[in-house]
Design a protein around this ligand. Structure first.
Ligand code: NDP
Length: 495
């Protein structure tokens, strides 16, 4: 195995600090916690463990920036700052990718160009919106002369709470619309993956975004996260994470009726029809689950395959799974890295045990990998489960690991009913050459995204989010911007 080596001044051995009001400093408590490389089990850095007092200081800094310099920063200036940040992200992308790899295990070699493009385009897309946030002139029916119009104004101080599974995108999908709308933010990254957020915090300062507009408080969800969601001076919570924590956040935010957007979990169906081109459907559906070791909210974990091609599909998908190179996330050849943490390893292996006890059978993978150096990290073999019933826990609960449940079906009506019989509704996939079946399934799946003859594509212009318990609100696209804006109605009597 050869791993990429990059000397990173950012990882200089000193504990990483909190960014509050433009100043870097330790947590009020003085305590730290480690970031662990899931490929090797080694400590990468120590991070300040913020608490409620730090959350409070960060909210005050975000409020001061919102009511101070940021409020009067012209839209064109904000646009230029976001564009400058996009350039800085691009220039430092290799480093950000490296930090992601050692912090939570995303393989460095996975389509590197596509990754950089997406990160930069998200920022540039929202930079464009900064100068296009506008209200309407409204033709009212009043008996006197009254002029009515609307203004779109930033919601205010945003607490952005994000998970660990895709650190660069998790940060930028929140940060870009915050900046474009004129809001300010306190960012609480996941404890397993805070390095990217901290490095982007440095870039924010370097490009000249005013102090306090972006604050980064690392620490635990139960302390910093809970303090932010209950904080009376936070106007909105933008959360990505598990459905269980999303429910807690909705309850905590009720105190001052904060605006809340939630991007939550999924158990997405991926439907392979008998007429599909299997040369594309097999790798497409397999990577729809196995990419990022299955740690994607939209992973197509329930693969429904039309019965005439079921055996052929299972055999081909299993062969594909066995051939995927699993290894250290810094090895450019690695397709499947480790899962993000020892807790995540325990969870995924636990689900494999549950699946076996329920009667499911692994025809590929099905276990932790411990050969040679893999033993030091948290590696799970890409797994194909058969003999799965719809009601089993492995088919209904989010595993967040590289585990595909492959289920046969006979009719379109049946597969629609079974696909939609889930509390989640984040994404779905369809593989077919029949355009009429493709459109029918795209309409009938109760999910926020449907991919046809592809999977896991994202673009800043395309909204992403869930139906049902997969969340509320959307990331990306104009819908995302709207969720950081309030609408003010203005009435002026002119007679
Ligand atoms: P969690 O919900 O456990 O954590 C997400 C974030 O919330 C972390 O920063 C966490 O902090 C914080 N948090 C935890 N408890 C609280 C609390 N009581 N109050 C406020 N914040 C809290 O999710 P994971 O990090 O385990 O991420 C995996 C989940 O995220 C999966 O279920 C996945 O489906 C979902 N997800 C959804 C996406 C989407 O767009 N729909 C995208 C990516 C992931 P800490 O890390 O310190 O615990």
């Amino acid at each position: 195995m050869s791993t990429t080596t990059l000397t990173l001044p950012f990882l200089d051995g000193r504990p990483k600090q909190l960014l509050i009001g433009g100043e870097w400093g330790p947590a009020a408590s003085g305590t730290t916690f480690p970031s662990i490389d899931p490929s090797t089990g080694a400590v990468v850095a120590e991070l300040a463990e913020g608490d409620a007092a730090d959350a409070d200081r960060a909210v005050a800094a975000a409020r001061a920036a919102f009511e101070g310099p940021w409020r009067t920063t012209k839209p064109a200036e904000r646009q230029a700052l976001i564009w400058a940040l996009a350039d800085a992200v691009k220039a430092n992308f290799a480093e950000l990718r490296h930090l992601e790899a050692v912090d939570m295990g995303l393989p460095i070699g996975r389509s590197p160009e596509a990754g950089a493009d997406h990160a930069v385009e998200v920022l540039r897309y929202f930079a464009g919106w900064a100068t296009k946030v506008q209200g309407d002139t409204l033709p009212n029916s009043m008996p006197w002369q009254v002029f009515t119009y609307t203004l779109k104004e930033p919601v205010g101080v945003v607490a952005a709470i994000i998970p660990w599974n895709s650190p660069i995108n998790n940060v930028l999908w929140k940060l870009a619309p915050v900046l474009a709308s004129g809001c300010t933010m306190v960012l609480k990254p996941a404890e397993e993956a805070s390095l990217v957020a901290l490095r982007i915090g440095e870039l924010v300062a370097e490009v000249g975004i005013p102090d306090g507009v972006v604050n980064v408080v690392t620490g635990m969800g139960e302390t910093v996260g809970a303090a932010l969601t209950a904080h009376p001076d936070v106007d909105k919570v933008a959360f990505t994470g598990s459905t269980a924590v999303g429910q807690q956040i909705a309850r905590a935010a009720a105190g001052n009726l904060k605006r809340v957007t939630l991007e939550l979990g999924g158990k997405s169906p991926d439907i392979v029809l008998a007429d599909a081109d299997l040369r594309r459907a097999v790798p497409g559906a397999a990577m729809g689950v196995f990419a990022n070791s299955g740690q994607a909210c939209c992973a197509g974990t329930r693969v429904f395959v039309e019965r005439p091609i079921y055996d052929e599909f299972v055999e081909a998908a299993s062969a594909y799974a066995r051939k995927l190179k699993v290894g250290n996330s810094l090895d450019p050849e690695t397709r499947i890295g480790p899962v993000a943490s020892s807790e995540q390893l325990e969870r995924v292996v636990g689900y494999l045990d549950v699946g076996r006890s329920e009667g499911a059978r692994a025809v590929a993978g099905g276990e932790r990998l411990v050969d040679g150096k893999l033993a030091d990290g948290y590696f799970v073999a890409p797994t194909v489960l058969v003999d799965v019933e719809d009601e089993m826990r492995v088919a209904t609960e989010e595993i967040f690991g590289p585990v595909a449940c492959v289920l046969p079906f006979d009719t379109l009506d049946e597969v629609v009913t079974r696909s939609n019989a889930s509390r989640f509704g984040l994404a779905g996939g369809v593989w077919t050459r029949d355009v009429s079946k493709a459109h029918r399934l795209a309409q009938e799946l109760r999910t926020g995204t449907v991919w046809v003859n592809t999977y896991n594509l994202f673009d800043p212009v395309v909204p992403f989010g869930g139906y049902k318990m997969s969340g509320q609100g959307r990331e990306c696209g104009p819908d995302a911007l709207d969720q950081y804006l309030e609408t003010k109605a203005v009435w002026i009597r002119t007679d």
